[in-house]
Design a protein around this ligand. Structure first.
Ligand code: AKG
Length: 247
């Protein structure tokens, strides 16, 4: 069980916390090998083109990926018996109850290959819906955290290989996401001036409130920066997602 003292105060203050040295390194190496063979499900090409799953399925040529997500294997005992219960304990503390659930459409292995693309700062579900920008759950639902994104490295995350970058404290702001397209250029400048990029060593994990501005970053190494992503969402937000047909 992870001690909650430190990550609770870090999350409260910064909107992001790094929880150190929890998972078995040998098991993570094994999982990284398994994960490296999974087929990409969606992602971004080196040319900066977003490929949804239909695009990926229909593409007959090899794709030069900058970044892609592959479906997390459902039958992996290390994930199911060790990783998920650990993350679940953290989500139980953060939501102060068991009234939350996993976002089932967002359980991925994320692979950040070598690339030099600019950051794309964003918020996670359920705070921002690019396909329905006027859905603003942070404004419409009772106060308090609506989501907690977990990223578990399968190789060390470092500034060189594109460790996730964050702007601490941004989770206290409520954005007008209906204006997201207009806000984007300003947010990019703000992000570039203020981000931090903490290393997350193998065995540790990062967790962030979904409304803490963050982005994957350029990978300047020739090794893929791979990790697992899971997202816990408060139940009332999950109910809204079901009602609105949002994944
Ligand atoms: O891969 C990363 O560093 C960040 C991923 C991310 O921002 C996301 O999936 O929303």
């Amino acid at each position: 069980m992870v001690s909650s003292v430190r990550y609770e105060s870090d999350l409260f203050r910064d909107g992001v916390a790094i929880v150190n040295t929890i998972f078995d390194i040998g098991k993570l190496h094994e999982l990284n090998t398994v994960a490296s063979k999974l087929p990409p499900f969606v992602g971004l090409t080196e040319g900066g083109r977003w490929m949804n799953h239909t695009d990926v399925e229909q593409c007959v040529e090899d794709i030069d990926w900058a970044y892609h997500w592959a479906r997390t294997p459902e039958d992996n005992t290390f994930i199911n018996d060790i990783i998920l219960p650990t993350l679940q304990g953290v989500a139980d503390v953060v939501f102060d109850s068991t009234d939350w659930g996993w976002q089932t459409t967002n359980q991925y292995i994320m692979s950040n290959g070598q690339h030099d693309l600019a950051p794309a700062p964003h918020l996670d579900a359920p705070y921002l819906w690019p396909q329905m920008l006027d859905v603003q759950m942070a404004k419409d639902l009772p106060k308090g955290p609506l989501s907690l994104t977990f990223m578990v490295p399968l190789v060390d995350f470092t500034p060189d290989n594109g460790a996730t970058a964050y702007v601490p404290g941004t989770h206290r702001h409520i954005y007008d996401t209906a204006m997201w397209e207009d806000l984007k250029p300003h947010l990019r400048t703000f992000f570039n001036d203020n981000y931090i990029q903490p290393s997350v060593p193998l065995g540790s994990f990062a967790c962030l409130y979904g409304n803490c501005l963050h982005s994957v970053m350029a990978n300047k190494t020739d090794t893929v920066r791979r990790g697992i992503i899971y997202r816990a969402i408060r139940q009332d937000a999950l109910d809204e997602m079901t009602r609105l047909g949002l994944g």
